[in-house]
Design a protein around this ligand. Structure first.
Ligand code: UD1
Ligand code: MG
Length: 452
């Protein structure tokens, strides 16, 4: 048993052909984070700091995104996609230095849980030479099957394409997660893996039969099949999304969030929701959203990179775009869009409004149909609305412009100049009245109709 650090080798070089996508498979998103981020997250949570990522040539995007996602990471390139054993070999330099256990993870198993990785580490640190994470699959098709002898010992893994009918009937499958006692032991096995199989690939899974033949001690760790789902197609991506969403909702509810119809609420992996928040049906949380205590989110809202303050109410049918920040007790009503703007404590924006590149002071009231005209075709400009200001309905505030504290804007105004605090600004044409005009008009038209 060694106390040397564990290294995780994460394979992500596969072309992901079955996804039919230009985007590398491991960058496809689940709960708005790349699959790879979920794998790194599980490794981090299991205390695995050393990570080696294997990507294919031209997958700079994967390498770049991964560097941002994982602290200590070395990136290796597998020149040709010749199979999972060959992919691990690409990280040879990292393995040669790994005195502690090495875990091999696949970038396409995003539902993986930290406890499973902890169990694998315990296995190899507790004396097993090789640990395989297996699961009972309701539908085993596509997975490698674990071959076990009469005494229950693991003897090998058979890939589906090479399996006999009897082997295909086995439902105990390979998740792809393997643990090896050391990098040296793994390299020794990899050296002997050939490609004499249906796909002509170097299968990492052949390491198991070799280890068994060498008389090494093998162990199977099992976990729930949902957490080990391998994503190879868009349909599997959708299944993984469903499982992840369910997990995120259960977690939010356990933390004190009320969801009237949880199955209709979509969360992101980084969504933060405090206790006593109420979420009505059909709400979408994009990345970067934080909701503070006691806020009430009504149906059909859409949020991205936004903050909803303590006790604020929002919706139904409201949209918060990046940079929207609602302070405590703010009210946002139906058909309101807010972008890159702060809404002060207790301020109200209740109906049919666009607020972009703006600051709204505490207690201000923004009437129905108010528009901040923030874009001139080239640049964006700011609108500042002072504390307690009152913007009459259907006003256009042409930025850059400042409305002073407590000022009033008459309904239907187009405001192009700054308004001093406490003033009333109006820019609509004066009202004219023609006495009896309508009565006379109608009488004239009726007469013409009857006469003709
Ligand atoms: C693999 C396993 C199978 C297991 C299943 C679990 C092998 C031979 N088979 O099959 O036993 O049940 O995962 O989901 O390992 N990759 C590379 N380079 C390559 C080929 C693959 O980096 O040359 C990477 C892929 O990006 C992917 C991972 O390895 O992240 C697994 O490859 P994939 O093609 O998805 O293997 P499966 O057919 O799913
Ligand atoms: Mg796969």
């Amino acid at each position: 048993m060694s106390d040397a650090a564990t290294t995780a080798v994460i394979l992500a070089a596969g072309k992901g052909t079955r996804m039919r996508s230009k985007l590398p498979k491991v960058l496809h998103r689940i709960a708005n984070a790349p699959m790879l981020a979920h794998v790194f997250g599980a490794a981090e949570a299991a205390g695995i700091k050393e990570k080696a990522l294997v990507v294919g040539p031209g997958m700079e995007q994967v390498a770049e995104e991964s560097n941002a996602l994982a602290g200590r990471l070395s990136v290796f390139v597998q020149q040709e996609q010749r199979g999972t054993a060959d992919a691990v070999l690409a990280a040879k330099d990292a393995l040669a230095q790994a005195d502690g256990p090495v875990l091999v993870l696949y970038g396409d198993t995003p539902l993986l849980e930290a406890e499973t990785l902890a169990a694998v580490q315990d296995g190899v640190r507790g004396g097993a030479d090789l640990v395989v994470v297996g699961f009972e699959a309701p539908d085993p098709s596509g997975y490698g099957r674990l071959l076990v002898d009469d005494t229950g010992n693991l003897t090998g893994i058979r890939e589906e394409k090479d399996a006999t009918e009897a082997e295909k009937a086995i439902t105990l499958c390979n998740s792809g997660i393997l643990g090896f006692a050391s990098g040296k032991l793994l390299l020794g096995l990899l050296d002997r893996i050939g490609n004499d199989n249906a796909k002509g690939e170097y299968y990492l899974t052949d390491a198991i039969a070799l280890a068994h033949a060498d008389g090494l001690s093998l162990q199977i760790v099992t976990a729930d099949h949902e957490s080990l789902l391998g994503v190879n197609s868009r349909a599997e991506l959708a299944t993984a999304e469903r499982v992840m969403q369910q997990r995120l909702r259960v977690k939010a509810m356990a933390e004190g969030v009320t969801m009237t119809a949880p199955e209709t609420v979509f969360l992101s992996a980084d969504t933060e929701i405090a206790s006593d928040v109420v979420i009505e049906p059909n709400v979408f949380f994009g990345p970067g959203v934080r909701v503070e205590e006691g806020a009430h989110i009504k149906s059909f809202c859409h949020f991205e990179q936004a903050t909803i303050g303590k006790g604020a109410t929002i919706g139904p049918f409201a949209r918060l775009r990046p940079g929207a920040e609602l302070a405590e007790g703010a009210h946002i009503g139906n058909f309101v869009e807010i972008k890159k703007a702060t809404v002060g404590p207790g301020a109200k924006v209740n109906h049919l409004t666009y607020i972009g590149d703006a600051g709204i002071g505490a207690g201000a009231n923004i009437g129905a149909g108010t528009i901040t005209c923030n874009y001139d075709g080239f640049d964006k400009h700011r609108t500042e609305i002072g504390e307690g200001a009152f913007i009459g309905s259907n006003s256009s505030l042409v930025a850059p412009v400042k409305i002073g504290d407590g000022a009033y804007i008459g309904s239907g105004s187009i405001i192009v100049h700054d308004v001093t605090p406490g003033a009333l600004a109006l820019s609509r044409p004066p009202q004219e009245e023609k006495a009896d005009w309508a009565t006379r008009y109608k009488a004239r038209r009726m007469k013409a109709k009857q006469g003709g």
